[in-house]
Ligand binder design. Structure first.
Ligand SMILES: [Zn+2]
Ligand SMILES: [Zn+2]
Length: 182
């Protein structure tokens, strides 16, 4: 096996081979540039297999990595593991033997092999990574979040708001309510 490689493959040779022919690769794919909205993203590491099919190239693989996103309550960094199971069919846009453009019925452009016979897996990886990130990531299950009035991180202790003087008029009302039997 060669050194791990990025998720970009020249499939010209594989497209000339009979249906069922395969290639296997170890992958180390940097993804930070694909996901600038995240605080950080470590390269994905894993393994993919490319197989010639009647329609094009079937890519199957397992990749794993980590991304860093802000906690939905306190904005602290949250390191989220991502595990991807890839199974996507790519379609060629050019006939590798005759060099002519082909009619394409694949509507997702991310699943097209370009005119230089380059199969680019990055957009698939980007989409799959985004699906792995929870809607409301938490730095810990009981994150106390930020105070809505002063913005202080309540995980570090109570803010001044909590101990602020209660308006005396409301204090009277509080005393009154305390006397009421419910
Ligand atoms: Zn948090
Ligand atoms: Zn506060």
């Amino acid at each position: 096996m060669d050194k791990p490689r990025d998720a970009l493959f020249n499939v010209a040779q594989l497209l000339k081979e009979p249906i069922g022919a395969t290639r296997a690769y170890d992958i180390l794919a940097p993804i930070q540039h694909l996901l600038p909205e995240l605080i950080a993203a470590e390269p994905l590491i894993g393994h993919v297999q490319l197989m010639r099919t009647d329609r094009g190239i079937l890519v199957q693989g397992e990749l794993a990595g980590h991304v860093v996103v802000p906690c939905s309550r306190c904005l602290a960094d949250v390191r989220v593991p991502v595990i991807l199971h890839i199974e996507e069919q790519f379609q060629p846009t050019v006939d590798v033997v005759r060099g002519v453009f082909l009619e394409v019925d694949e509507e997702d452009e991310a699943l097209l092999i370009d005119e230089h016979h380059i199969l680019d897996l990055h957009e698939v990886l980007r989409q799959e990574v985004l699906l792995e990130i929870p809607m409301q990531p938490l730095c810990r299950p009981d994150c106390a979040g930020l105070c809505p009035s002063c913005g202080e991180d309540l995980n570090l202790g109570a803010c001044q708001c909590a101990t602020a003087e209660v308006d005396p008029r409301w204090a009277d009302l509080g005393a009154l309510l305390a006397d009421v039997d419910v």
